[in-house]
Every structure is written in C-alpha cells, then in structure tokens.
Design a protein around this ligand. Structure first.
Ligand code: BGC
Length: 374
C-alpha cells in the first residue's frame, strides 16, 4: 500500500515536472521554446503604412500559435514619444521580451536602458536601434541587397553599360533620416549607380544626390510628392509627348520604397505623365497600391520582403532566447549600432515586377487576387 502510494506520488511529481517543462517549452507551440506565461511586447511604427500592419498581424498570429502572449502596439502616426511611452508601459507591465521596430532608431537609448536593467532581451525588428547596448539581436532583410536590386534594375533598364553617348536623367528619393535602413538602401543603390553619375552617363539635374537631401520625413508619400512637384517645377521635367512642348526628360526615379514611389507617381501624374511617358521608378515592399501601379505602368519594380518569413525568424529567435538554446543568426559583422555589432538574422529580399508578382504574391497566398484587382 505504502509502496503504491509512493509510486503514485513519484508518478504525480514526474507528471507535474513534465507539465512544467512542457509549459516552459511552449506546450501549445510548434516545437518548443514558447510559454503560455511568456509575454512578447511588440512595438511597431504606424498603422498608416500597409507593411507594418502586415508585420504586426503576422507576428501576433505566429507568436500566439507558438503559445506566447502578445502585447502589440503601434506608435500612432510615427510618433516617437508615443512609441517610447508604449515601451515604458510594456516594461512596467513585465513583458519578457521586446520586439521593436523603431520610428527613430536614435531615440530609444534611455528607455532601452530600463529594459536592460529589467533583464528584458530586445530584438530590433527590421530597423536597427542605434546608440544602445540593450539591443540583443536584430532581425531584418538584407537591406543593402534591396538597394542593389533597385540600382541594378535601373542599370539594366537604361542599358547603362552600353557604350552609347546617350545620357539619362535621374532623381533620387529615400526614406526617413531617423531610419538607419536608409543608409543600406541608398548605399546599395548608389554602389551600382554612382559610377554612372561620375562618368556623366547619368545626370541628376537637381543636383540632389546626398542622402540627407533626398530623405523623405516619415517615409510619407505626401512629402515625396511635394518634393517631386518642386523638382518638376524647378528643373522643368515633363512628359516627352510629341506636342511641341519643350520640357526636360526624366528617365528614372530611384525610390527606396513603395510609399515614396507612390508620392512621386502622384506628382508625375499631376504633371501629365502617363504610362507611355513615365520614367522608370523603383520601389520596395510590394504594397497593394504599388502592385496596382506596376500593373498600370506607373511603377517599374518593387522588392518583395515576405513579412511572414521575418515574423517566423523572430518567433524562432524568441523561442531560442526563452528556451536557452542557440539563437538563429547569420550575420555577426555588418550591423554596428555605434555601441556594438548586433548579432543579426538576415532574410533575402526578392526582385518583383509585372512578370513575377503573381507567382510571388498571389500563388504564395500573400494577397488574394481580389485585393489587387479590388
Ligand atoms: C522598411 C521598409 C519600409 C520603410 C517605410 C523601412 O525601414 O524596411 O520596408 O518601406 O521602412 O516604412
């Protein structure tokens, strides 16, 4: 009898231990690491840009499927103070891990010092957080490659390698000065295009080729539109219709992403450009509006960054952090935030245009055809 009781007790304790272990490893999850008691605080820049809504939805879904609790917040309309106070609140509420896409990568030093003091690991999401030792890991796409995809597209579209005397006019648009990514996007594109500016094969008639001159505050389409309208007025760019109106040709606009491309597109439509006379315009994100613009002949390419993949990488990183196993990273040299080189997981961005958008976006279930044809 006593023996049996002991057996039952041993079995009960073993079962309880197993349950604890399962809970700690994310019993409801897809392979360990998660925990029903573990809360992930996710702070994203804004709901006004489609991509962050997708990123948020994907992360929430995947974290919850892995058994984590999620506190997902957006920083209003790219409002830095809102983002900081949301992160402060998450820290006080006792989140276990923070996943942050910074509105301004230079403004989180103080709040993240508090995270560090509370032993909360921080994953910088998509954008590197600068000037802090509190960022534990970084998950993003290969942002330099995004830029080289855009630059190489323009190099091929304008056949810049050819020996002909033809000279092409180009203007440049990148994103918010507080977003560290712009140095990678713009740097990658310029790696390809600068030699042609130097040789005179490409000319930028506004003279605005410095990253800070071509930055777009908040990546806001309206700001890009206003700057393009100014360039149209000051340089005299216009569609090359055979109507005897003399205007300056514009052959290409290097835009670092879709929201800036959309602003530029609006300005050009307003100035009378149409599908036949549009310059080559680059983009990134495969926003629904930009896919439509590509189909209308108003945007030439985009770069597909599958936010489902990025979310899956971040979930894998968090599982490893929580489970104490090796965190999946594949870059330990490129992302120096001025305090330390942050161990990073890079995903691959993919070139997209009217020839492959359907395979990339519809066949993989990223969008439904209805969302595009609306
Ligand atoms: C992201 C881009 C996005 C841009 C504007 C960048 O940091 O990497 O995908 O288009 O922010 O939100």
């Amino acid at each position: 009898m006593k023996k049996n009781l002991r057996k039952i007790l041993v079995a009960a304790v073993a079962a309880a231990m197993l349950l604890t272990l399962v809970a700690a490893c994310g019993g409801g999850g897809t392979g360990g690491g998660g925990s029903s008691g573990t809360t992930i605080g996710i702070s994203l820049p804004t709901m006004s840009l489609q991509r962050w809504v997708q990123d948020g939805d994907n992360m929430k879904e995947q974290f919850e499927a892995a058994g984590f609790n999620v506190d997902l917040q957006y920083g209003g309309e790219n409002d830095v103070a809102t983002q900081i106070s949301q992160i402060e609140n998450m820290i006080s509420a006792g989140v276990d891990v923070l996943v942050i896409c910074a509105i301004d990568g230079f403004s989180l030093t103080e709040v993240l010092a508090t995270a560090k003091a509370n032993n909360i690991p921080v994953i910088a999401y998509d954008r590197l957080i600068m000037n802090t030792d509190a960022v534990t890991y970084y998950a993003t796409f290969d942002n330099w490659k995004v830029g080289t995809l855009q630059g190489t597209f323009l190099e091929n579209a304008l056949n810049l390698k050819s020996q002909s005397d033809e000279v092409f006019n180009i203007e440049f648009f990148t994103g918010d000065p507080g977003d560290n990514n712009i140095h990678f996007f713009f740097g990658g594109a310029m790696e390809v295009l600068q030699p042609y500016l130097d040789s005179g094969k490409l000319q930028c008639l506004s003279g605005q080729t410095d990253i800070m001159q071509v930055a777009t505050v908040d990546w806001n389409p309206a700001n890009a539109q206003a700057r393009m309208e100014n360039l149209i007025a000051s340089v005299g760019y216009g569609p090359q219709h055979d109507l005897g109106i003399i205007s300056t040709p514009l052959n290409a606009v290097m835009c670092s992403n879709d929201s800036t491309a959309q602003g530029v597109t609006q300005a050009l439509l307003g100035a009378g450009f149409d599908a036949d006379t549009f310059p080559y315009i680059t983009g990134q994100d495969c926003d629904i509006v930009s896919v439509r613009n590509m189909l209308a002949g108003h945007q030439s390419m985009s770069v597909f960054k599958d936010t489902r993949t990025l979310a899956a990488n971040v979930v894998a990183m968090v599982k490893a952090i929580v489970g104490g196993t090796t965190v999946p990273i594949n870059d330990t040299t490129s992302y120096d935030n001025n305090v330390h080189v942050v161990p990073t997981h890079l995903s691959d961005p993919v070139f997209a245009d009217i020839n492959n958008w359907e395979a990339l976006l519809i066949d993989t279930g990223y969008y439904t055809m209805d969302q595009i044809t609306g």
